[in-house]
Ligand binder design. Sequence first.
Ligand code: GDP
Length: 140
Amino acid sequence: MAIERTFSILKPDATRRNLTGKINAMLEDAGLRVIAQKRIQMSRQNAETFYAVHKERPFFGELVDFMISGPVVVQVLEGENAIAANRDVMGATNPKDADEGTIRKTFAESIEANSAHGSDSAENAAIEIAYFFAGSELVG
Ligand code: GDP
């Protein structure tokens, strides 16, 4: 087991419904610790850069519109196997496929408005953390 850091977003559907505390309670109960956090309004350019890997997908434009439709909370989570632990507690992308007890099963509105983002690899976690936070803002 290794202590890792991963990047998390509480998406606009979560901030709109005032669910950030409830979602973070689930992340904390899963053994993850918030070591950096800020509430921001993403610009269109932020969202397009962040999701650039999906730019050829048919839903890219809708996804960017959704991610800038309201504030988000960007945060860094630390814990044992944090990348997998975060994705496990988030659940499947589509809430219809997500396991009971996961964030997306509990809270997501749709495959798009699915409440939370979590990095899918150590490499992407490092890139995503560095995109939103300076090293001095990570306080473990
Ligand atoms: P994740 O790693 O589980 O977040 O899933 P992906 O990396 O595949 O997709 C990134 C995000 O794009 C998802 O979290 C959703 O918000 C959105 N998304 C994924 N698939 C679809 C889709 O088929 N339609 C729409 N509108 N959005 C999608």
